[in-house]
Structure formats: C-alpha cells, structure tokens
Write a protein of this length. Sequence first.
Length: 103
Amino acid sequence: MKQMQKEYKTIDFPPLTEEQKKELELLDKMPDNEIDLSDSPETDFSNGHFYYIQSSKMPKTSIYAKIDNDNLAWLKKDGKDYQARLNNVIRWARFNNCPITQM
C-alpha cells in the first residue's frame, strides 16, 4: 500500500539585515539572565514541559511500535494527544543530542 505524502509550503523569509545579524550576535554573547524578555509571552519550563509550534505541521508516517506500559501511562496522564507528546519527546531528545544506544 503506497502512502500519500502531504506537501507543505515553507515560508520564504527575507534574509536578515546586517543590523539584525549584529543584534543576534550581541544576544548570543550575552548571559541569558541579562536578556530582556519583557515583551515575550510568559513560559514556565520549571516542570520540564516543552512545546513546539503546532502550526508548523510536519509530514507524518504511521508506524507500528511497542512501548512500555509505564511510558505510555506517563504520556497519557495529561489526556488525549499522547502521540503528539511522544513526538515532542523524541524531537527534544534529538535536538538535545541524546545518545541512541541499543540495550
């Protein structure tokens, strides 16, 4: 059975100006606690939650996988959309260079 792949448009942002590049370089060198976030939405990561922009829907592939019951219970404890949470856990692990080892 051939799976249909959905096409998504990418946003073609204009290139950064030299002024924007300099501002980003300054922010990169600045300690996090000195960056003014007063105009940013409040986010609390103290409980370990992390979220990704849901509007940037990525193409998906259905797979069959076995998962330990305790992990599944943990993913389901906040209600439906546990599969999205699983995907976010995997994405977080990938972005944070978590090693993949075989047991």
